[in-house]
Every structure is written in C-alpha cells, then in structure tokens.
Design a protein around this ligand. Structure first.
Ligand code: FES
Length: 213
C-alpha cells in the first residue's frame, strides 16, 4: 500500500519481473521502483514506466473509521453484475461499499425490511427462503463468494425485501447503498446499462426452475 499525496493505492506485493518484494525497493510518492533491475511504475495507475515490461496488479481499498482494508480482487471485480465495468467506476463502487462480517446463522434481512443495500458476498455462504413465519420454503438457491444479492436495492418500486437471507457460515459481505449506486450509474450511463441488463438476466436465472434453464 502506497501513499501518494491525497490518496492511498494498493498493488501486488511482489515484482512482476521476478519474486522480489517491492517493499524493499524505492518510492518517491509518484513512482515505485524495484531495486533489483529498476523496473518502475506510476503509483496512481500501476502502469509501467521506463524499463518495466508489465503493469502492477491493482487492488481496491476500503476505508472504515480510519482503517484501510485491501479488497480481494475477486469481491467486486469478479462479481458477475459488474463484469465489464471500467476501473474508474469500479473504484467508485468500492468506495461506496461497507465491509461487514456476520456469524453463521445471522439473518441479514427478512421480508418487509427496507431494501437499502445491494450486497456482494465476499466470503462465506448465504441462503434464501421465501414466505413468512412457519410457512417459509427455500427459495431454491444459496450463494457462493463473489455473487450479488439484495438486487431490489437498485429498483425504485421495490423498497422492501421479499425474502429472508441467512448466513450459513461466517460470511463477509460488501454492502453498497442502492441509491448511491444508482446516482453513480447516472454519471456513467454505459456502466448503468450493463448492470441493469445483467440484473435482468440474474433475476431471470434465479427465478427460472433449474430444469427449465
Ligand atoms: S525483479 Fe524487479 S525489476 Fe527485476
């Protein structure tokens, strides 16, 4: 993790040339230099500078109450809903996300709860049931890490949850405010169009009986 004036940036720890830790190299607040063969990278983009022949892999950072967390690349970048979205918008989404960890058995929401957040499962498993009280039944799917749920946070006419989401094991979830996300997509309509198209096919996929897919 490198500090560059007003922001922090996170990159792979080892040089992409050979297995040399970049923390042993040089850094002048704008360029990262590997001390071994002097490959260099722009700290704001990870793009190669001068001799370097490969970029650095960059990771999103989340800041919560003064603590920085490096977001595993799989959490947002590999979420099917966000596939194909440019790095700038993906970074903006990462900045909106709150990272929360729940014990197994925790109910994340029930029918009727406000649908404020879109959720990305970073690790663990979450199961869904539909119905109320003693008349619940499995909604037919549980999610694995990297998958997205709580989609109705993005829909204006669906202000409440319609299922129960329960952690089957200790799970970490990125919670992204639906309204803030929609506002962000208004600034990047191309990304918004992609996400809404994916959202439609994700909902169709989960609502279609397995034998009919
Ligand atoms: S090992 Fe880093 S530049 Fe060669």
């Amino acid at each position: 993790v490198a500090h560059a004036g007003d922001r922090y940036f996170a990159y792979q720890a080892m040089c992409p040339h050979m297995e040399v830790p970049l923390e042993e190299g040089f850094y002048d607040a704008s360029v990262i230099t590997c001390h071994q063969h002097l490959w260099q990278w722009d700290v704001r983009t990870g793009a190669p500078v001068g001799l370097a022949e490969a970029p650095l892999e960059r990771y999103e950072l989340l800041e919560e109450e003064g603590v920085l967390y490096v977001v595993p690349a799989s959490a947002l970048a590999q979420a099917p809903l966000f596939t194909g979205i440019g790095p700038t918008t993906l970074e903006a989404i990462a900045r909106l996300a709150r990272r929360e960890t729940f014990d197994g058995g925790t109910v994340l929401y029930r029918p009727g709860d406000p649908a404020n957040d879109l959720c990305v499962l970073e690790s663990g498993r979450v199961q869904f049931t539909i119905g109320h009280d003693g008349r619940t039944s499995p909604a037919g799917f549980s999610l694995q890490s990297g998958e997205v749920f709580g989609w109705n946070a993005l829909l204006e006419d669906q202000p409440v949850r319609i299922a129960t989401a329960t952690c089957l094991e200790r799970s970490t979830v990125l919670m992204i405010g639906g309204r803030e996300l929609v506002r962000l997509f208004e600034e990047d309509p191309g990304a918004g169009y992609l996400v809404m198209r994916r959202l439609a096919s994700l909902i169709t996929h989960h609502l279609t009986p397995a034998g009919a897919r």
